[in-house]
Structure formats: C-alpha cells, structure tokens
Design a protein around this ligand. Structure first.
Ligand SMILES: Nc1ncnc2c1ncn2[C@@H]1O[C@H](COP(=O)(O)OP(=O)(O)OP(=O)(O)O)[C@@H](O)[C@H]1O
Length: 453
C-alpha cells in the first residue's frame, strides 16, 4: 500500500446469513450439506482509498450499509470477501460502551478499554486525567458503570476513544448523543484531530455536516458504492437522488453509478487539487427534473375541529394548473384550498404556512389582517389561493391552512395537510433550507492584475 494511504478498501462484500427460525441456525451447524438460511448482501464490491490526513464522509439512506462498512474497517466485523488495509492506529466511535464491563467502575473500565486498544497501564496513567475531564461525569467515575445513565456511558466511552493516541478516527454520527455542549466538545475535538493531520472516516445522514467536515465523500446505496468524490458534489447528487420521484430513481441511480464506472478507481484519480476534480462532474445527459405529482408521497395531516366551516380539499398547482407535490426550486406555484361555510362570519382571514420536516415554521401568509377580513355568509364555498415561489432547497416540506374569525381564533385548521418535496435544480449552490438566491463572486488578485472568476 502506498505510504500516503491510510485506508484501502478493495472489493469488500459482506453477506449476512438470515435464519427464519433459531432452530435453523442449529440445524445448519449439524447438517452442513444443506442450506437453512437465505443470504443478504449488505455490501457488494465496495472499493475506495482514504489518504492520510483526509476526512471522508459516508452518505447513504438507512440500511444502505454504512455501519457495516465502518465496522469492517474498524475490524470489529469480518468481510465475506475483499481486502482492507489500514495504515495506522484506529480508534472507533462505534457501539460506544459495548466494551465496558458494567460491574467495574468507570476508572477500571478506562484501563480495561485502554488495554483492549493496546495501551499499557503506564500509558493509560498518563491519559487518565484528560479522559476523566473530557467525560465530565463527576464522582460517578468511581461507581460501577451499571449505575450510569446511557448518556454517561457514551460520554465515558467517547472520552476514551478521542483521548487515546491514534492516526485514524472512525465516527458514526448516529452515536453523537449527549447534550448540545457535549456534542460541541466532540466536534471541536474532531476538528483538532483533523488539524493535527489525523484521518477521519465519518458517517452521517446530514449532507450539510458532511460538506462542512469532509474533503471527500462516498455515496453508498443498497450496499453498493455509487460515487466517490468531492463532498459537496457527492452530497448534491445524494440529495438529488433521495428527493427524486420514485419513477425516476432508477434512471438517476444508473446515471450516478455510470460516473463512477467511467472513472479510474485508483486514489490518484481523486486528487482534490488539479483537473482531476472533473471526474465527478455530472454528465450532460443527467436528467432534468420537472414538477410532478407522486401519488406515493402523501401525508395524513390533522384537521382540527370545525366551528362552522370545513376545509374540504387542498392542493398545489403549477403554472399550468396541474396538481403537483414534487416542486422545482425557484418555480412559482399556487397553494389552494376550498372551505365550506356552514355558518356566517364577519372579518374572516385565511392563512397558509410552510413547515420543514422537523416542524420549523419557514414562512406563511394571511389573506388580510384582523379587522380587514371578509364577510362570509352561511352555505357558501370559498376558494382560497396563495401564490408562492419555492425558494427552498431540496427537501421535504409541509403545508398548513387555517381560517380565522374576527377574534383571531381558528374556525377551522388543517395541519401538515399537504406534503411536498423540492427537487434539486441544476446549478443550485445554496445550503440549509431557504434559498435566498445568494450569488457569489470570487476575486483572485495578484499584485499586478485583478482577475474576476
Ligand atoms: N447482523 C445482521 N444480520 C442481518 N442483517 C443485518 C445485520 N446487520 C445489518 N444488517 C442489514 O444490513 C443492511 C445494512 O445495515 P447497516 O447497519 O450497515 O446500514 P446503515 O447504512 O448503517 O443504516 P443506518 O443509517 O440506519 O444506520 C441493512 O439492511 C441491515 O438490516
């Protein structure tokens, strides 16, 4: 292995044997000629290299094989086939605390973990205070681990792994538990390790965290490595893939995969500097997504009790009045709903609100302010329309509607009634949720000339 390579993953595959009944496992041990299990391939022929000092992110949806891959690299799980070469000491933030003996105190477990990692008693004596101070669990350090909360166990296990000397750190973000301050401390430690030249392998569902922390990223889907490249570009394609309508997913997957198969997998092809960046440029054939309606992407919202009016239907229409729930960023749409009034009301206001997946209220509007509303008579049907521009970055969003009376209370209200996705749009460079149409201009100057890029 090249001396500047920290990890080399060559054609790794992992097959799990799935037994339908526990007896089948026993039978398999006794009768080797027959097969009592079915095979499940969690990884298939995954290959990539990580250079020393690089931070690599692994992205992929739930069950795509990320943790399996990390466990194989950390050597806590054996691959079915393929080769892993690791150049340097590894500390892994995986299944934190699983190596602890619950009957032993925190102090004893620090030494126990240290010896598993190959450190002597004297080396652990030197590290002990920094581990205890990072874990910050107070007097519990002298109590048996079985008396710890799960958060305290993870903090102690995390502290051991981040404080021992190592060249490679493997982090599964799903395990980044603890309060915000502890998480901040963990990220700061990760940054410090990177700056000191450490190599990091990092799994996350969060595209923005991967872009922020990682030089390059590996996109895994269904146990296959679809793409390796600069983190921003890989994350863009990953997000485009997960938010693509079902009927276009396979085509997009094939296109993304063809980028990888059309490039040489040797590590030299993935230099961050130089013209080799172009290996993950999208081919010009990459499909352009259009607004559409996905009948599978429907969310059962909540309709609140009616006080004399009912919301009877709602939908998003595109500019040609076609019903859609897959929207293209920056295009204009109409959110429309019908309200049947059984009673008469003075000063009625109609409202809309867009929320993020986590429930964050992103923006909305009312048809008028209190005191300037409409008089609506009983037995009327009202069509409400709000035009809006999808100034949102790719992701899933929810629409709400509400009708208020002259006291500002809801006559009827429908929460999360309509789910929609915003699809990726070529050239979009925004991050986070809201697309502020931010433009950039980078000016590179030397002492004599000014060149605009
Ligand atoms: N011990 C096991 N036996 C059988 N199948 C397993 C086992 N461990 C994992 N799998 C399966 O292998 C696949 C990959 O699992 P893995 O945990 O690596 O995915 P992941 O990408 O890390 O998912 P997540 O993001 O949800 O953590 C999944 O379909 C999972 O059900």
């Amino acid at each position: 292995m090249n001396s500047d390579v920290a990890i080399s993953v060559e054609n790794i595959s992992k097959c799990y044997k799935i037994y339908n009944k526990p007896q089948d496992r026993l039978k398999q041990g006794l009768f080797r000629g027959r097969k009592y299990y079915r095979e499940f391939w969690a990884l298939r022929n995954v290959s990539f290299e990580v250079k020393k000092g690089e931070t690599i992110g692994i992205v992929g949806k739930n069950g795509s094989g990320k943790s399996t891959l990390l466990q194989i690299i950390a050597k806590t799980l054996a691959p079915t086939s393929g080769n892993i070469k690791v150049n340097g000491r590894v500390a892994a933030l995986l299944e934190l605390g699983s190596g602890f003996n619950p009957e032993f105190t925190g102090r004893d477990n620090i030494y126990l973990n240290g010896s598993i990692l190959g450190f002597s008693q004297e080396e652990m004596d030197d590290l002990y205070n920094s581990i205890v101070s990072f874990a910050d669990i107070g007097d519990f350090i002298d109590q048996p681990v079985k008396t710890y909360s799960s958060g305290m166990t993870v903090r102690l296990a995390f502290a051991v792994q981040v404080m021992v000397p190592k060249e490679i750190l493997i982090v599964d973000e799903a395990l980044a538990v603890g309060d915000e301050l502890f998480q901040r401390k963990c990220y700061a430690k990760l940054e410090e390790f990177k700056q000191q030249g450490g190599t990091v392998l990092f799994v996350s569902h969060s595209g923005s965290t991967v872009v922020q922390l990682c030089d390059r990223a590996v996109f895994i889907d269904g146990g296959e490595c679809l793409l390796v490249g600069l983190s921003k570009r890989v994350v863009n394609l990953y997000q485009k893939f997960i938010h693509a309508p079902i009927e276009k997913k396979q085509q997009l997957r094939d296109e993304i995969k063809s980028i990888l198969s059309s490039t040489n997998l040797q590590s030299d092809s993935f230099e961050v500097e130089g013209n080799k960046i172009s290996i993950i440029d999208q081919p010009s054939s990459m499909i352009e997504l259009e607004a559409a309606y996905d009948p599978h992407f429907i969310f059962q919202g909540t309709i609140y009790e009616s006080k004399g009016a009912n919301i009877v239907s709602c939908e998003i229409l595109d500019s040609s009045a076609k019903k859609v729930n897959l929207l293209v960023s920056r295009e204009t749409y109409t959110w429309t709903y019908l309200v049947e009034f059984q009673k008469s009301f003075n000063d009625v206001q109609f409202g809309m609100l867009i929320k993020s997946e986590s429930g964050l209220e992103l923006g909305g509007a009312v048809s008028s302010w209190l005191g300037k509303g409409l008089l609506i008579k009983e037995n009327t049907l009202v069509k409400v329309e709000f035009n809006f521009t999808a100034n949102l970055l790719p992701g899933s969003y929810f629409l709400n509607c509400g009708v208020m009376d002259d006291s500002g209370t809801y006559i009827t209200r429908a929460v999360d009634m309509y789910a929609f996705k915003v699809l990726h749009r070529e050239g979009l460079l925004g991050t986070a949720i809201v697309d502020f149409h931010i433009e950039n201009k980078i000016t590179i100057s030397d002492l004599e000339n000014e060149i605009n890029v």
